[in-house]
Ligand binder design. Sequence first.
Ligand code: 6AU
Length: 262
Amino acid sequence: MTNVTYTERAANFNNKTARKLFEIIEHKKTNLALALDVSTKQEFLDIADKVGPYICCLKTHIDILIDFDNDLIEQLKKLQIKHDFLIFEDRKFADIGNTVKNQYSQGIYRIAEWADIINAHCLPGEGIINGLKEIGLSLNRGLLLLAEMSSKGNLITRDYTNSTIEMALNHKDFVIGFIASRKIPINNNIQNDFIFMTPGVGLSNKEDGLGQQYRTPREVITESKSDIIIVGRGIYGSGKDVITEAKRYRDAGWNAYLERLK
Ligand code: 6AU
């Protein structure tokens, strides 16, 4: 079933973060996540404030910022309340359970304190999920597993993707979905129990010269039946007005969803 609404999908989840995400999507009528990969605090907060009304989720790479401080997190939390979006730290954890547990909760970023959603590669095995879960579950956080990647020549195979899904099935309380190019067929009963978020989305470019590959919101949402488009440089990287560009992607993503429902 692919013609299910976002609101109907929320009922499939016990995880509060997943339910909240679907609520925001339906309420704000946007399936757009902003990948805000800029390097200064000022630019980060300025764009987050401008684009906040048009997104369901703001994705950070907090370690890209050259002037990170705790005030940035305070300001970000204020913007989250002002605009109503979830915060997704794209940390791509990829180590043994004990190490990722510390990386998630400690260090200068203290990711667990402010990120609603995080993601991880399953390469190290299921211990990575258990480690993150020891911190995140009681905080009602959500984890996305990287089941596929958008970059050219990536080493993820069909077997790897299937094993990632198997691991997710053992942790449905904490694993809320996947980073993937499409809604991956699982089995009909649980097809809608996971959120699919897709990066590598662009309306103007097909690639970035460093391996990134772009598809359109229509290809991702209507044809590949994913739930959320993740857009970075398409919005802030063209030198054009970020609000105009965010609206363009918001509309393209939402219209692609409405087309799929028909
Ligand atoms: O739209 P872009 O190309 O400017 O940004 C895409 C964003 C970046 C990447 O780190 C991230 O999406 N990403 C991911 C994620 C979200 O995990 C996986 C992937 O396979 N490809 C990808 O681009 O912040």
